[in-house]
Write a protein that binds this ligand. Structure first.
Ligand code: CDP
Ligand code: MG
Length: 681
């Protein structure tokens, strides 16, 4: 966290080491978009593929209570449908909600639609994401994260404020969208039974595989948006590639040397560190190319990038130079970039994986699904014909799973279970999931919640405890909510709330790779031998001392916007604490009590140093290692708790806090006594 791990050494560029074979197989539904930045916004709206279909669409949507709408990314579904409905007076009695899996998408889409409607954001058009509500009593078109709508359902299970709910990006199958399917279906049925205003539910997807959606909503009709389509040539490597980063590098420069300038390249990779490292290597190599190769502008794109930098991908490269965008899967469907002629697909993605036996959720680099591979290819054919270079063989492609496994079947369900129980759903085990999670995963989640004291078993039924009810009031993962609930006992609620707030926003630290030494020097003053949580707390205290001074932020490589957000999050968490009658107290300099509190809230994520210098997770005895970005990387303390696991070459713990074995034993004597041989120090 406080500083980047060592970058991988720059690799030598060996031209021609990846050979491709051409395959002309075309995916079924890749369509481009017309219009560019200089066209007036009204004209742009009319150039979208969806505009042609507007009358028929409205005709259908007026009558139907459930519908599925399919259309390629960029056809105008998300920005236009809410406006069409509103303008046609459909659902006027209430609010039209449009859910998004990603916070950035909800915010930027609301901004775009407000602009198209020529109104101030927060009036007719607004957005609600966790810890940020930009809506007013005037708001009729409301973009929100799927997680937020789910939270609102806890207070209002019938969603009475809304007349239309659009579940967008449904193909992503995030765990929140999946649970919402069940919640809106129930709300729809109950509203009918109670003679309330009907609820319309529209599911929107960028991929064709929607049978499951249609089936789930009582065989609801599927509306297809026709698109204009340009052919895309698909290339596969002749041999499997052992190093996809090297293969990507070679491919980028192969294209760069051969293709006409002004045709841009989009490369799909897995995450920030890898993207930044490859960006550096590309820039270095580009400096030393022969003169007949034009300049190259390399732009990274990932969710935690500051918004201003995210916008850079939309700006055209200077005349005569080529834009190379290195992106995570965020550019698959959430973000649309024009001018892309070449797609390079590593075939890899970083995603959650969950093992019910261990109860641990891990972020791991893994192969994409076929559906994802087609989405990626599609980004190349939007304005004209294009090419997609797959850095894997055709055989490897054939062996990919057809669809991405829904997140609900590969994540820790504890948070969702807690929310469902708070929603008053009597039998969570038998909830009407579109894709059922495995019984093992459900049991594991119940066990996790039991350990945290959130649920108990009564007469064979799992019920929410008083603690569990309180935990559900926080828009946080159960263990963070529990840590906050415990904090008054340790007289450190102020500190714990600050830490949880810091962990709840995108990274507050800014790590420009080119200025690594300066970053390290600046961070040194704040580094705590007690771990990353304490280091963050030090930075936050210093930030508050200078009242968020912009120069201070710049000098210390602190993201001032995200830091300001931390203050808002903190205020909201405090409000919840006050409602729950929790005492807000500070431990001042006694930061040991903060660590004690973290040990009590996060004991499930603990690890122990072994005689050979490695770590084992206490729960599962799985080998884990300290991530090089942690301030504890060198220190190697005997016991730590950690926030998350990241699986790359090894299984890394990220964001660690130094704890005592005694504290862990105190926190859960029975659990550690039963499962482990924790040695008392
Ligand atoms: O939802 P779908 O992918 O079908 O398309 P959309 O998000 O409604 O986007 C339609 C068009 O609106 C895009 O191709 C962009 O030209 C434009 N747009 C934009 O300029 N800024 C945004 N934040 C979102 C969309
Ligand atoms: Mg969309």
């Amino acid at each position: 966290m406080p500083h980047d791990p060592d970058p991988p050494p720059a690799k030598k560029f060996k031209p021609g080491s990846v050979l491709f074979s051409l395959n002309q197989k075309k995916p079924g539904m890749l369509l481009p978009r017309k219009g560019n930045v200089s066209t007036p916004i009204d004209v742009q709206r009319k150039q979208l593929p969806i505009y042609q279909a507007k009358p028929q669409l409205l005709n259908q949507l007026r009558q139907l209570n459930n519908a599925i709408l399919i259309g390629e990314t960029g056809s105008g579904k998300t920005t236009q449908i809410p406006q069409y409905l509103y303008e046609a007076g459909i659902g006027r009695q209430g609010i039209i909600a449009i859910t998004q899996p990603r916070r950035v998408a909800a915010i930027s889409l609301a901004g775009r639609v407000a602009e198209e409607k020529r109104t101030q954001l927060g009036k007719l058009v607004g957005y609600t994401v966790r810890f940020e509500d930009v809506t007013s009593f005037e708001t009729k078109i409301k973009f929100m994260t799927d997680g937020m709508l789910l939270r609102e359902a806890i207070g209002d299970p019938l969603l009475l404020r809304y007349t239309i709910v659009v579940l967008d990006e449904a193909h992503e199958r995030t765990v929140h969208t999946d649970v919402l399917f069940g919640v809106v279906k129930t709300a729809q049925r109950r509203r009918k039974e109670l003679n309330k205003i009907p609820l319309k539910v529209l599911v929107m997807s960028a991929t064709m595989d929607v049978d499951l959606f249609s089936e789930y909503f009582n065989k609801s009709p599927v509306l297809y948006l026709e698109g204009r389509q340009h052919p895309i040539q698909i290339y596969y490597t002749k041999q499997p590639q052992s190093d996809y980063l090297q293969a990507a590098l070679v491919t980028i420069f192969q294209i760069h040397q051969e293709a006409p300038q002004s045709q841009d390249i989009l490369v799909f990779m897995t995450g920030q560190e890898e993207i930044e490292a490859l960006a550096r290597t590309c820039r270095d190599i580009a400096k030393h190319l022969p003169d007949n190769c034009g300049p190259m502008v390399v732009i990274p794109l990932y969710a935690s990038l500051p918004p201003v930098q995210q916008l850079r991908v939309f700006q055209p490269a200077p005349k005569g130079s080529r834009k190379v965008i290195l992106s995570t899967n965020i550019a698959e469907t959430s973000v649309t970039i024009s001018g892309i002629k070449y797609v390079v697909d590593t075939g890899m993605v970083k995603a959650k994986r969950f093992s019910p036996e261990s109860g641990l959720e891990v972020l791991a680099v893994q192969r994409v699904s076929k559906a994802q591979a087609w989405q990626r290819a599609g980004r190349a054919g939007r304005e004209d014909s294009g090419s997609c270079y797959r850095l894997y063989t055709e055989d490897e492609f054939d062996n990919l799973i057809p669809m991405t496994v829904p997140e609900i079947q590969r994540c820790n369900l504890a948070g969702v279970m807690l929310q469902l129980m708070a929603l008053g759903i009597p039998d969570v085990m038998n909830f009407d999931f579109m894709s059922k999670p495995s019984p093992e995963a459900v049991c594991s989640a119940v066990e996790h919640l039991e350990l945290l004291g959130a649920v108990e078993k009564k007469d064979g039924q799992v019920v929410l405890t008083a603690v569990g009810k309180k935990m559900a009031s926080f828009p946080l993962e159960p263990r963070y909510a529990k840590t906050i609930l415990l904090s008054p006992e340790f007289s450190c609620s102020e500190e714990v709330i600050s830490i949880v707030s810091l962990l709840s926003v995108d990274t507050v630290l800014y790590n420009p790779p080119a200025r690594r030494d300066e970053v390290l020097a600046a961070r040194k003053k704040f580094t705590s031998s007690e771990g990353d949580h304490m280091t963050l707390l030090h930075i936050y205290r210093a930030f508050k001392k200078v009242s968020g001074n912009k120069d201070w932020c710049r000098e210390n490589f602190v993201n001032s916007r995200n830091m300001s957000l931390v203050k808002e999050v903190q205020a909201q968490l405090k409000e919840i604490c006050l409602k729950l009658n929790l005492k807000l107290v500070s431990c001042g300099a006694d930061t040991g009590s903060v660590r004690r509190c973290l040990a009590h809230g996060m004991f499930v994520n603990a690890a122990e140093l072994q005689p050979d210098g490695t770590y084992l997770a206490l729960d599962t005895h799985q080998p884990v290692a300290i991530h090089p970005s942690s301030v504890l990387f060198q220190a190697k303390p005997a016991y730590v708790v950690f926030n998350e696991l990241l699986h790359t070459s090894r299984c890394y713990m990220r964001d660690l806090c130094l704890v005592d074995a005694d504290w862990l034993l105190d926190a859960a004597p029975e659990y550690f006594g039963r499962k482990l041989h924790l040695s008392k120090s």
